[in-house]
Design a protein around this ligand. Sequence first.
Ligand code: GUN
Length: 291
Amino acid sequence: MTRLGCRCVAESVLENVRKETQAFIDKGNRAPSLAVVLVGSDPASQTYVRKKAEAAESLGFLHFQYTFDEDSKEDDILSLVGKLNEGEDVDGILVQLPLPSHISEKKIIDAISPEKDVDGFSPVNMGRLAIGEESFIPCTPKGIMRTLSYYGIETAGKKAVVIGRSNIVGKPMALLLMQKGIDATVTVCNTKTPDLREYTKDADIIIVATGHPGTIDSSYVKDGAAVIDVGVNRIKDETREKGFRLVGDADYSSFKDRDVMITPVPGGVGLMTVSMLMENTLEAAVKRRGR
Ligand code: GUN
């Protein structure tokens, strides 16, 4: 097994963003700025938002955080998004998902100005990605593409299987892999696909993003393949200080004696999400007001 750790990949991205940010500021521009909106008190979302804030601050970005109670009104969040869209001092807007069930994610995402949509979730950016136009690319799939490239994993002419069809990962991932210049042959499966193994066993690249531990193990994967594990699942573990440990969607230990490349959890593509968000925020600032 070859472990495809992502810490070094993420650090090289952040180093580059830091340099480009300095060049942007040296030209007389104000630092890039990111507004992060968190609704409710989901512990995983709180952790993600904290990591995003820490990265933004370490790069010298301006950073605004807005925290709403779990029972907040949809209209109040829409009204904040409207203000952030208008705000001259805001380059990027991110509303952490998932939102509480009484709030329409669609309405909130639709309200974010495409020019500030650093998550790339808005219909305009998703549409642009689908037709191969320049757009903000969702951070996790973008980070996966960067990881494949960093490790020299060939995509052209290769069979890629994406397991999961979420708007955040599966769909944009499939679109990126099938893009001109990337040229993978892409199959998209989901948790209802009968006999998933039939699809994965011939794949050169498997992206597993179901949110279910044990979705695949080594019996699903051929020799020489690369497995990218997007899952971040909390499993109760009283032996840990926090009372849980993180596992991916793939059964990592089953690959131990196999000739397979695999991203670990933690230490895998989750790290890429934050660095790609920083890259997208700098891109938003440069596009909006770069001199
Ligand atoms: N929830 C899980 N991943 C993401 C992400 O990349 N962006 C946002 N906004 N919410 C998420």
